[in-house]
Design a protein around this ligand. Structure first.
Ligand code: COA
Length: 330
């Protein structure tokens, strides 16, 4: 799916994030599985990640992130009429985490549902919220992206354990006078789904009773380096722009080598790239909103700046969005 955003101008007017307190370093992981800080940091750029407490679930990370986003947007919870939570680690299969969140925050008139598109979930969710607001079905949407992948990792499997962390981010989408979203490109290749999957987590029976994330790292690496480039290039072309027009590049934070590859191929200037994978690891659907929040905290998101975001992950899925930033991030 690819299109210019040809409806009314709609933008992100509030942004918040939340990560668990517990920091887990590479050295600590080396005490759990056979690995080392040297292996992890040289292969991935990750130095530490956040890990949720036993009692912390997806909604617990979503609530503070959402409160911050609403506060920044100056929007009362009761005025939100759409809540989408992009996650593969909801509190439970049902009720939706979005419904629990809407209840907790006080959004009695909101439609609320979860969306599953792996690490690309946040990109799918903002595209969908854009469509609902542009089409007039909703006025103000709250979109949360996040995951608590530590709960579904095999803590004896070094090939996946070292890559992921927990965290969530939230944004408010609403109509603005000018600027805002310029376009989206989203895609999926279910044929490659078995390279990053959670067999046994749904209605399909598997003989292996383990319900943990399984991954073919090399295949995912090849996929990721390809789609981060092609998705961004297609969208820029669709919008009549080039990479030189992009002021802030926010790629999915999976691995610094994947990001470096995309940056080189796309020709993005180094100082325009947002990287925080070193501190959070891959937080799945939380990755892009957490990176946006970091860029905002560093004063890098200013009105008028063109921001390119590209996510990719399980599905296999990918997605890009271009937005002309409209808000002062205070
Ligand atoms: C996982 C990944 C970092 C592995 O890096 P790599 O350079 O391709 O490493 P390889 O797969 O070649 O493995 C090299 C060796 O390291 C070992 N290894 C794997 N994980 C290890 C770890 N945490 N510590 C130490 N050794 C490890 C492997 O067993 C392998 O050993 P072998 O050669 O004896 O079989 C890389 O493939 C990757 O980043 N893939 C994408 C993953 C991803 O981003 N997934 C989420 C997408 S949303």
């Amino acid at each position: 799916m690819i299109s210019r955003a040809n409806g009314r101008p709609i933008s992100i007017t509030g942004l918040g994030c939340h990560v668990p307190e517990r920091v887990l370093t590479n050295d600590e992981l080396a005490g759990i599985v056979e690995t080392s800080d040297e292996w992890i940091s040289s292969r991935t750029g990750i130095r530490e990640r956040r890990i949720a407490a036993d009692t912390e679930a997806m909604s617990d990370l979503s609530i503070p992130a959402s409160r911050r986003a609403l506060e920044m947007a100056g929007v009362a919870p009761a005025d939100i009429d759409l809540v989408i939570v992009a996650t593969v680690t909801p509190d439970m299969a049902f009720p939706a985490t979005a419904a629990l969140l809407a209840d907790e925050l006080g959004m009695p008139d909101a439609a609320a549902y979860d969306l599953s598109a792996g690490c690309t979930g946040f990109m799918y969710a903002i595209a969908q919220a854009y469509g609902m607001v542009a089409g007039g079905l909703a006025d103000r949407a709250l979109v949360v992206g996040g995951d608590v992948l530590s709960k579904i990792l095999d803590w004896t499997d070094r090939s996946t354990l070292v890559l992921f962390g927990d965290g969530a981010g939230a944004v408010v989408l609403e109509r603005v006078d000018r600027g805002g979203f310029l376009g989206f490109e989203l895609g999926a290749d279910g044929g490659g789904g078995e390279h990053l999957w959670l067999p046994g987590s749904g209605s399909r029976h598997f003989d292996d009773p383990d319900s943990f994330v399984k991954m073919n790292g090399r295949e995912v690496f090849k996929f990721a380096t390809r789609v981060l480039v092609t998705s961004a290039e297609k969208l820029l072309e669709q919008c009549g722009l080039t990479i030189d027009d992009v002021d802030v590049y926010v790629p999915h934070q999976a691995n610094v080598r994947i990001i470096d590859h995309a940056v080189r191929k796309l020709g993005v200037r180094e100082e325009r790239v947002v990287v925080n994978v070193d501190r959070y690891g891959n937080t799945s659907s939380g990755s892009i909103p957490l990176a946006l929040a970091d860029a905002a905290a560093d004063g890098r998101l200013k009105p008028g700046e063109l921001v390119l975001m590209t996510g990719m992950g399980a599905g296999l899925t990918w997605g890009s969005a271009l937005i002309e930033w409209t808000e002062e991030m205070v």
